[in-house]
Ligand binder design. Sequence first.
Ligand code: SF4
Length: 274
Amino acid sequence: MRWSERQVAMLREMGVRVWAPHAEPAGAVAVADEAEAVVVAPPSAKAPAPSHAPAAAPRPAAVATPIAAPRAALPAGIATMDWPELRATVAACTACTLCQGRTQTVFGVGHTRAHWMIVGEAPGEQEDRQGEPFVGKSGQLLDNMLRAIALTRADAEPARQVYIANTLKCRPPGNRNPAPAELAACEGFLIRQVQLVQPKIILAMGAYAVQSLLRSKEPVGRLRGRVHHYQGVPLIVTYHPAYLLRNPEDKAKAWDDLCLAVETARATGMAAPG
Ligand code: SF4
């Protein structure tokens, strides 16, 4: 089998180069920037069909699974907040020391009833400055990953526009790792965001997103490749785009994770994006 032009285009968006077992005619196989390119095998059952193609039959065995995260208690009052109240509460929050160094809180962006929710880790310098999660190079890579499966953070219908939030709403100084106490202090806001969005599927990107949502300290590499659940919502673990920029050889695994997410969405009856 060969990659379709659209699949090649999707992979090129992520900086993933296609492996071809035979010499290919010029233009048949797209080659990404060699500096970032990684190689993936030709199409198999794991690759999602182009987003506008008919959905493939679901593969239930591939999406059956395990960990259901315990649900943490919400801090008083948060459980009944609507979006404006929650946003204002986060903006004024001083529940941990990260409030002291922030330029602003980074609340979240996207469709407030999105079918897909993306959960990242903590704001970096540019996010702190702009007030939006996933900006800069890692944001561009995330946008490309989303585009590869016909999703977007730009205005669109809820089946296509994602909602993006971080586990921490304030930047840790010097982009250090979040402390457990900070994750605990902030998690009620994320829980409420999930409750309000009511996503049909969650992509957890990076170790601290996983720690917060799944209560697991297992590395991402050991949790990816199967379907977890958070508050009853299927959850797929994958690498954070910032990690992928430092480790482009793992982009092919991230592509597998996106394929699993698309399969899971289809298996649970969601319309394929696009
Ligand atoms: S990181 Fe979260 S808990 Fe800490 S001050 Fe910011 S909003 Fe509040």
